[in-house]
Each structure stands twice: as structure tokens, then as C-alpha cells.
Design a protein around this ligand. Sequence first.
Ligand SMILES: C[S@@+](CC[C@H](N)C(=O)[O-])C[C@H]1O[C@@H](n2cnc3c(N)ncnc32)[C@H](O)[C@@H]1O
Length: 418
Amino acid sequence: MTRIQHIRFDAMQPIRFPEKLVSGKTPHMLRSHGPTATVSGIRMASRSTELSASPPRRAARDGVPDPWNRKLIGSKFRLLPFLEEAIVARAGARVETLLEPFAGTGALACHLLRRGIAQRAILVDLLACNATILRGCLGPGRLQPGSRELHAIAAELDALPPRPGYATRVWGDRYFTARNAARIDAIRDEIERRREAGELGERAHALLVGALLLAADGVANTVGQYDAFLKHLGGPCYDERGRHLVDGKAKAALRLRLPRIEEERRVEVATGDAVALAPELPVADVAYLDPPYNQRQYCDNYHVLESIARWEKPPVRGVTAKFDRTGLRSDWSRKRLAAGALEALLARARVRRWVFLSYSSEGIIPAETIEAILARHGEVEVLEHDYRVFGNGAGRSRDRRVTERLYALRLAPDRGEA
Ligand SMILES: C[S@@+](CC[C@H](N)C(=O)[O-])C[C@H]1O[C@@H](n2cnc3c(N)ncnc32)[C@H](O)[C@@H]1O
């Protein structure tokens, strides 16, 4: 029998994490509020949570970029405490293998690995830019050469003079200053040359490309995504009336730094479609699904980073200089296909115990459809919390609030595996 239970935090007190989960750092607190609600006509003890304190989105204290602490639309960085609590309360404080098939920044997997909760992680993302950063920082495989030599190589790459090429031609004075674009050209070509010369193993190559992706993203003339760039890159940052024209960061010199490297983690990273890859991935006991929930394609929003990662130098079209992204469009961002993709993923994924799904109340798959699909595989709970949309996702209002749902699906033991 299927029981769908919605849970809402009604207590006004802040929720603290159990001491045993707190390893060194103080966890961020959650504050709960709001009346009990009824969703989809089912009586619920439903749950609405708001993060009262945002985790810092800034460089780590030692200045080394953390791969998971970067701007990505839909990143769950701010929701890590909520997710950790929800997962640990259900799946336990030890997860042997975590599958994250929409890894993005990999924030949750990195967090659970660092907390000693996840012992191993399998990460998938359709975009090579996301997968490359994760592969470089987390593995699998040893760094060849080792990290000391790679720091020296990164410094050499950072010292290369600008050399105008593809990046300068297609993105110069648009997404980057001409000088930064010419530095991207010089560095990216040199990374490829070193790989071809046999100086870099696969993971070291990914680490250096990932470092360049993070560095380029840090000086991009955008509001955090690449569906458009800000005009006036050559002019002042503000007009005479004090209006913001260009972000000062876009004018800063690109600086290549190796991101934080996790040497010992047992992590596998795959680039590709989650549904297509699902049957080939190792068996996981817990999966965390965080698919796109609207019709904005990630490949449109991150085409520049994707192109730097792939470095195939394809022709581009239009003012926004996009390459042909056929094959990178996600079914999860197509209204007609999204529900079918969820059905297919659940049927194919090799997961034993729990599936957690994050999905916005504004998503293109209706809540009732999601519940019906999940309920075929086991018992479903729905946790809700208010979520402040910011940056690109915010549209007109930077402070718009939406309800993000976390569906917790306890898989039926007789469900079987694909
Ligand atoms: C909402 S974001 C995930 C954010 C992530 N949880 C984080 O905290 O950074 C969705 C991710 O799914 C990826 N994606 C979209 N369609 C996909 C597909 N069919 N298979 C695998 N990944 C996909 C996107 O590239 C994007 O990185």
C-alpha cells in the first residue's frame, strides 16, 4: 500500500543538528514556521522550512576555490543543512553509495562525503563543464603528475601571455574582456598541448581545465549565466546617474588557481544523460535527484563554459554566440518529456533503499504527477520549504519565494533492480 505523507515543520524553535553529525563546524540553523497545510487534497502534517542563515558563498578561508561553492542555477549549496537532515533522518548517518545523477556543482555529494556520511559517490551531469570540474577535484584516479607539480604547472599557465584565438574571436568584448579571452585561448590551448605531449593524465587534465572554467566564470561579463552578456564592457562600471552597467569583476584579470583537491574520495563521475547512463552505473543505496524543473536549458545558460570544457571550437551563431547544442538539450526541461524522463529514471536506476527528489512547486511536472510516479516504487513523503530564488532564476524580483519540495521515496523491497 502506498502512503503519501506530507510533513511540515510547525515548531517556531530553530532546529539544530544532532551533535553526533557535527564534525568540527557549526551547522547552519534551520528555522521552521508556517501553519499546517493541505496539498493535493491529502491530509498532511506538512512541512515548510526556511533557511534562516545562508551558508557563506565566498572563497574558502585559505583562498582556494571550492568546486561546489560556485554560482550555478539551481545549486543546493544553501540547502545543504536541510538536505543532510532529511536524508540522515531517513536513510541513516551512513550511506554506502550515493548516486547524484544531476550533480551540477556536486554540492550535496561533496558535503556528505566530507561529513563522513556518504562513503562513495557516483556523479553524473549532462554538461561536460560540470563533470570536468568534479572529475578533476574528486577523481576517480590518481593525479598524474601529482598535486605539487600541478600547482607549478598552474602557475606557468597563469603566467602565459595572451594569445588571441577562438575564445577571443567568439567571446572577446562580449562575455570576457578581449584580454581575458586571449588568456583563455593561451591557457586552454597549452593544456591541450601538454595532454597531447603525454604530460597530463586524464584527471590532471580535468583538474586544469576545471581550474580554467572556475577562473573564467569568475571574470565573466554576465549575471551568473551565459544566456546573455552585459553591454558596455569597454566602458565604466556605472553611468553618470550611478546605474550599474558592468560588473567590476569582469574587468579583473583572470587568475588561474587550482581548486581544492580531494585525493582520497571514492568518487566516479560520468558525463551524459542520467536516464541513458542509469543501467550502467554501479548500484547505489541512496539517490539524490535534482533535475532541471523549468524549460530553461542548462546548455543555453552555460554554453560558454561547455565550449571551454570541450574545446572543439565549433562555429557559433547570433549575438549570444551559441554553438549548436543538439544532443545537450535535456528532456527534463521539456514540458512534454519531463514526466516520462522521471518515470524512465526510476525504472532504470539501480538504487536499493531511498530516492530523494528536489523539485520546485513551479516545476513543469505537476506535484500530483510526481507523487503518482514515485508511489509506484514505494512509500512517499513530501517535505516542503520556502526557497528564496535569487540571481537568474529570480526573473523580475530578486526576492521571489517559491516552495521547494523534497520527495523522500522509501523504495519497496520487492521493486527489483533494472
Ligand atoms: C538543478 S541543477 C543541479 C544542481 C546541483 N544539485 C547542485 O547543488 O549544484 C540540474 C543539473 O542537471 C544537469 N542535467 C540536466 N539534464 C540532465 C540529464 N538529462 N542528465 C544528467 N544531468 C542533467 C544540468 O546540467 C544541471 O547541472
